[in-house]
Design a protein around this ligand. Structure first.
Ligand SMILES: [Zn+2]
Length: 418
């Protein structure tokens, strides 16, 4: 924790020291633009202000005079990554330097303190603090629950409709529903959210089936385990244990469900790493370790089938105040997606192009193309050869500003030894 704070301070002061020149050219780099096009070796990317203005072969792209030139021979450039499931309020501001150093330039915040998040967001926009772009839900909409914070507690359909109005008035980007919301309140919330054009993401409420929630128009399901909860708790459920629920999802019932997701355009954020690190690696109970590990392996098989069926999937880590490390665990999630049959490019797209598509912002971010915001990660090794190379970050460009990682690390070591 201490180191995080140290790095946080370094990034605050570093923002003033970072390159302030208006124009930047990264030359002789291999561009993996994440549109689906093959990698383009020996390319130049020009950034003016906050946006990419040109991308093309190094010998044809014109570099405006006075531009700061970074020779990136032998390196690889990918779009900045988005973690599509995180909780900044719980992770605290210590998360910001970790996210940026790991090339995570955007976060979908899945429930937290709206006032605090908006304060951070305006500090990022003004340049007073360095941190990722944020799309946020504000408080969770949930049924009555003990000992949890940042909840809007809803018990009835009337309260659900009022909650939608209240959240709309506060300007949230979407609504996050949690699992204690009563079914009749959930369906009323969906109806009202449709009328108000607010997207709804779900940690599935108990006694609502995945199929019903997809048909009701939720934009995304969170966590692979949600499917098992639905298989055990929905009306008419036959699965009594998590093992039986997993078998159901891996069988024809799962295929039918995935086809429904495809038809309805329902996205999925599996957060495989949250289960692995939270419920397997952090378990200190040897008795339950084996069954938990078995579930983790089955989770990967479920996502393999879901991906093959054509369901649209995004990368998210569920970083918060427990087992996950902000930034670092998004890279672990990408590796798990590759384990689940994604090509390395598809895994990258799950954190770049797909979030942009999901948010309707493909003209703003998610790819390396002229006109997009200059959020980039410069890598020392090729992530298409091995997805773990996304961790080999040399520098990060955030909103057009260049942050060399070696410099930050050297400063961190200098300060730590004083
Ligand atoms: Zn979460």
């Amino acid at each position: 924790m201490h180191k995080w704070i140290l790095l946080s301070c370094l990034l605050c002061s570093f923002s003033a020291a970072a390159q302030k020149d208006d124009a930047l050219a990264i030359t002789h780099v291999t561009v993996i633009d994440c549109t689906g096009a093959p990698a383009q070796p020996n390319s130049t990317v020009v950034v003016v202000g906050t946006r990419i203005t040109a991308v093309g072969p190094a010998d044809t792209v014109k570099i405006p005079t006075g531009t700061r030139v970074v020779d990136a021979t032998g390196k690889f450039l990918i779009p900045g990554l988005w973690d599509m499931h995180g909780h900044l309020t719980d992770a605290t501001e210590d998360a910001f330097p970790l996210l940026i150093m790991n090339g995570v330039t955007g976060v979908r915040d899945m429930g937290g303190d709206l006032v605090q998040i908006d304060r951070w967001r305006s500090e990022f926009e003004s340049g007073a603090r360095v941190g990722p772009h944020i799309i946020r839900a504000g408080p969770f909409v949930d049924g009555p629950k003990e000992g949890v914070s940042n909840r809007l507690t809803v018990r009835t359909p009337e309260e659900a409709r009022k909650a939608v109005g209240d959240l709309k008035a506060k300007g949230v980007d979407f609504i996050k529903v949690h699992n204690a919301l009563p079914p009749d309140a959930f369906f009323a919330l969906m109806d009202e959210a449709h009328k108000e054009h607010i997207p709804v993401a779900v940690h599935l409420p108990k006694n609502v089936s995945s199929a019903e929630a997809s048909d009701a128009g939720v934009v995304s399901f969170e966590h692979v385990e949600t499917l098992y909860e639905s298989a055990m708790w929905r009306k008419g459920a036959t699965a009594k244990t998590i093992e039986q629920a997993v078998d159901e999802i891996l069988g024809p019932a799962g295929q039918e469900l995935f086809q429904r997701f495809v038809k309805n355009g329902t996205w999925y954020v599996p957060t495989l790493v949250a289960y692995e690190r939270g419920f397997v690696l952090w378990s200190n109970d040897p008795e339950s370790l084996k069954p938990r590990l078995d579930v983790h392996k089955k989770n990967i098989e479920v996502i393999r089938k879901m991906h093959k069926a054509g369901v649209q999937i995004m990368a998210g880590s569920d970083f918060s105040d427990w087992a996950m490390v902000p930034g670092v665990d998004l890279h672990n999630e990408l590796a798990l997606l590759v384990e689940a049959g994604f090509t390395p490019l598809e895994a990258l797209q799950a954190a770049t192009l797909n979030p942009a598509k999901f948010l309707g912002k493909t003209d703003t971010f998610g790819t390396i193309q002229a006109g997009r915001v200059a959020d980039l990660a410069l890598l020392d090794m090729n992530p298409l050869e091995d997805i773990s190379h996304t961790r080999k970050i040399h520098a990060v460009v955030l909103g057009g500003r260049f942050y060399p990682l070696a410099f930050i690390r050297a400063r961190a070591l200098q300060n730590a030894t004083k």
